[in-house]
Ligand binder design. Structure first.
Ligand SMILES: Cc1ncc(COP(=O)(O)O)c(C=O)c1O
Length: 390
């Protein structure tokens, strides 16, 4: 077998039975299209909920804001984590209660805070003095939770650095919140997106638990721990089933946060990634030289039209073709735009059938999260990713 061939990272030419695959195979598409399956979203919600037990699920709308997904989740009883006024309006318009929406972005526009407050939203995230001051001014008396910076955990898509305050700043921020007339109810963190095993949460939970204990000792009677997202999707590497994973996380959370009357979890990827597949097309297969070991395969979808999470080859999607009967060879995969950054996988090429041709259909598996919401409006004149919900 060629050293580059990694059947887990791509090149799986067999169509697994799936209503999404059946739908895609029965239709033609003029452009790359994300097909989402409502029932899979409902199934993931129920699995996560059964593992999370008493924790409230606030679906991270940014993962996929399709109206049909929000509708399914409202019907299932989910709550929502919104990053902007637009996401709040979307959830409200589809029947979510304002008390069930948290405004989790730590960098909010002042007018969005005022809008959220007027709409009845009472729970806001912050990680700095200035953000608390904006909240106090535009949502007086609101409940706030302080987001903590946590160390890298080995997640495939780390979220460290940009959000959260250093642990030693948390109590000072809570004191500041009290002085501003706000109600600092708890803490939040994000363990990193696509944290493949529940056990990888342990160290982070220990760090956050120490801050919790320190804040309680300093006189803040905390009642809310928001454990964020991180729940993984299947991209070819083994992961635990959602209810098992969530139950393991909860078993680690419960003893570490005494007094936490309320636990929140904000799954995004784990809720919707496996509910979607993209129908794409091969535009070109070429070799740069006669000696090239790898073919270059150009798809009609790329970094700017939905596959942004291939940045650093962090998220490795799986590809299905109709050529199950053929052998495979290593391919560098690229998108269609005239931008040299629009290369999806090069460091670790993807195994694809040797006979792959322009015009072949390619199905990209488990990409319901962070694809349509990441696709540009019209870079290079390519339209944003089309979405169909079945
Ligand atoms: C505040 C917050 N909560 C939840 C999520 C969802 O994370 P995941 O998709 O890993 O579940 C994100 C992702 O960026 C986030 O920023």
């Amino acid at each position: 077998m060629n050293a580059y061939v990694n059947p887990l990272a791509g090149g799986d030419a067999v169509f697994a039975p799936s209503p999404i695959v059946d739908f895609i195979r029965s239709r033609d598409f003029d452009r790359p299209t994300l097909v989402l399956h409502r029932d899979t979203v409902a199934r993931q919600y129920r699995a996560l909920k059964s593992g999370l037990g008493r924790a409230d699920i606030h679906y991270a709308v940014k993962a996929n804001p399709a109206r049909e997904i929000i509708e399914v989740l409202v019907a299932e009883g989910s709550r929502f984590d919104a990053a902007s006024r637009g996401e709040i309006e979307l959830c409200l318009s589809l029947g979510a209660h304002p008390e069930h929406i948290s405004f989790g972005n730590t960098v909010k526009r002042a007018s969005d805070i005022a809008f959220a407050h007027q709409a009845g939203i009472t729970l806001f995230a912050a990680d700095s003095e200035m953000e608390l001051e904006k909240i106090a001014l535009h949502a007086p008396g609101a409940q706030v939770y302080i987001r903590l910076l946590v160390g890298a955990t080995g997640a495939d898509w780390p979220l460290s650095r940009k959000f959260g305050c250093a642990p030693e700043r948390a109590v000072g921020l809570m004191d500041h919140a009290v002085a501003l007339g706000l109600d600092p109810v708890g803490l939040s963190f994000h363990v990193g997106s696509q944290t493949r095993r529940a056990e990888m949460w342990r160290e982070t939970l220990d760090q956050v638990s120490a801050v919790w204990a320190g804040a309680c000792a300093a006189g803040h009677a905390l009642t809310l721990i928001n454990i964020g997202g991180g729940f993984p999707a299947f991209y070819g590497e083994e992961i635990e089933a959602p209810q098992v994973y969530a139950a393991q996380v909860m078993a680690m959370v419960e003893p570490r946060f005494p007094g936490a009357l309320r636990i929140m979890a904000e799954p995004g990827r784990g809720m919707v990634a496996e509910a979607g597949m993209i129908a794409a097309e091969v535009l070109l297969v070429s070799r740069k030289s006669d000696e090239d070991l790898c073919r270059w395969v150009y798809l009609d979808i790329g970094r700017f039209s939905g596959l942004a999470e291939t940045e650093g080859e962090a998220i490795r999607y799986q590809f299905l073709t109709e050529r199950a009967h053929e052998g495979t060879g290593p391919c560098i995969l690229a998108g269609p735009s005239c931008d040299s950054a629009d290369v999806l996988y090069e460091k670790r090429p993807v195994a694809l059938p040797v006979g792959l041709q322009a015009g072949d259909r390619i199905i990209i598996r488990n990409c319901g999260a962070y694809t349509s919401s990441y696709s540009s409006v019209g870079f290079n004149g390519f339209p944003p990713l089309d979405v169909v919900v079945i």
